[in-house]
Design a protein around this ligand. Structure first.
Ligand code: AMP
Ligand code: MG
Length: 423
């Protein structure tokens, strides 16, 4: 992993801009997983390992879009009704019919193949037929638009067309599309294996009685859930004590059997912060102090080729940094094309002064003003330890490095949680 910046303890350290950190992450992505075939019924959320090419035209033949009558509009009289004899009866599933007999119409139903020579279909509600069952003629009113109510072969997909690219994460509609092409299974990347550790002598498992000075582990559970929302599998490797030797041992073991390691806490310069030292001992550290809030200390490195992100300990910082840095990296390692965040520009429902030179993410909520306009408001409590601010938010406001002041009504960038699958 290049370049290696052994700058962890530099006294007057330049903080790295968020954009540079993201660019570095992108540069280091090597898809970890192999590929396998996956049946459509379990393909949701899997990532295509090859382009999905339509083997044939879809629909495969010209067909009626409504129940009605098909005919050649050239056979109609000008400015008056035309009565045509009905020469055939074609339903969905019938083999391709013979060409239309000149001067006739055919009774046709939705999805049925359109005979050669017919260029228009009229809905059955719009025609006149003689009373009784023996209706072997149909009267077509004048003024009909030629060419309507049927679907040409290949209208949806052409033979040989790339409908979905390699690296695409499959949604229900994509699976429907694959089925339309006749695929029963798809070539996808194998599921990414992610190891997760918490760190800290004070951190305890929920369900245990809290010791004096202890707090419950938030990050392992939140991170594991965020990771599973990307489709990856998680190995929960528990809580590491604030001890270099056991940190080194645990990380080096995890690196041999996982595609990426995620840790939280222990990435600052405190006496009890061992993550960056452990990464340096075992591999390389690429950056770890960013011009961002929340989450300034954020480590990225690799241990024997296994990437590792060390998230800050504060739960909000860990959760937000996972969304902005971990989520795209985990998706990309799993084979997905790097997902750029969806940013909506919305008017701010607040004013604020901000320190320039760093990117900030505010927990934010959508609201509607009296004109029906959607606005975005920041949560009143923005501390890194205020987990309820994440719970009470719909997404993040991203304020770029250069922003110094936001006035009510100013456009701001809003990143909905839905895109990280955590809505
Ligand atoms: P650290 O960087 O390890 O000093 O952690 C920063 C803050 O986050 C401290 O207040 C920690 O107690 C807290 N913290 C660290 N890890 C977790 C965790 N897994 N769950 C909840 N809080 C944590
Ligand atoms: Mg700690």
């Amino acid at each position: 992993m290049q370049p290696t910046l052994n700058d962890c303890f530099a006294a007057h350290h330049q903080l790295m801009p968020a954009e540079d950190a993201l660019a570095q992450l992108r540069k280091h992505v090597r898809v970890s997983a192999g590929t396998e075939d996956c049946e459509l019924s379990s393909a949701k959320g899997r990532i295509l390992a090859e382009d999905l090419i339509s083997p044939s035209a879809i629909p495969p033949f010209n067909n009626a879009a409504v129940d009605g009558y098909a005919f050649d509009a050239n056979a109609l009289k000008n400015n008056q009704d035309t009565t045509l004899p009905i020469s055939a009866y074609i339903t969905a599933g019938d083999p391709l019919p013979a060409s239309l007999l000149a001067g006739t119409a055919v009774r046709i139903f939705t999805g049925a193949p359109l005979p050669e020579g017919a260029n228009t279909v009229i809905m059955q509600e719009d025609v006149e037929t003689p009373a009784g069952d023996n209706t072997n003629v149909v009267t077509i009113p004048s003024g009909l638009k030629t060419g309507t109510n049927w679907r040409p072969a290949g209208e949806d997909m052409q033979a040989g067309q790339c409908v979905l690219p390699k690296g695409h994460r499959l949604r229900p509609q994509d699976i429907g599309c694959a089925a339309a092409m006749g695929h029963a299974s798809l070539r996808v990347y194998k599921t990414l294996k992610v190891a997760i550790f918490s760190t800290g002598n004070e951190i305890q498992n929920p369900g245990t009685a809290l010791c004096e000075g202890g707090i419950y582990d938030v990050n392992r559970f939140m991170l594991a859930t965020q990771v599973r929302q990307t489709g990856a599998t998680v190995t929960d490797l528990g809580i590491l004590p604030d001890d270099l030797e056991s940190t080194v041992d645990a990380l080096s073991l995890a690196a041999t059997t996982h595609d990426i390691i995620l840790t939280s806490g222990g990435v600052s310069t405190g006496d009890k912060d061992h993550i960056s030292t452990a990464i340096e001992q075992l591999g390389e550290i690429s950056f770890w102090r960013l011009a961002i809030k929340p989450g300034r200390p954020l480590a990225f490195g690799n241990i024997q080729g296994c990437p590792l992100i060390g998230f800050p300990g504060n739960p909000v910082a860990t959760g937000v940094c996972f969304m902005r840095f971990g989520f795209p990296l985990v998706c990309a390692l799993a084979g997905q094309t790097w997902p750029e965040p969806i940013q909506l520009t919305l008017p701010a429902a607040f004013s604020l002064n901000k320190k320039p030179g760093r990117t900030e993410w505010l927990r934010a909520k959508l609201k509607t003003d009296h004109n029906g306009q959607t606005l975005v408001d920041r949560h009143a409590k923005q501390g890194s330890g205020i987990l309820t601010s994440l719970v009470e938010a719909d997404g993040l406001i991203e304020l770029g490095e250069s922003v110094e002041h936001i006035e009510t009504g100013d456009p701001v960038l809003f990143l909905p949680f839905s895109q990280f699958n955590v809505a």
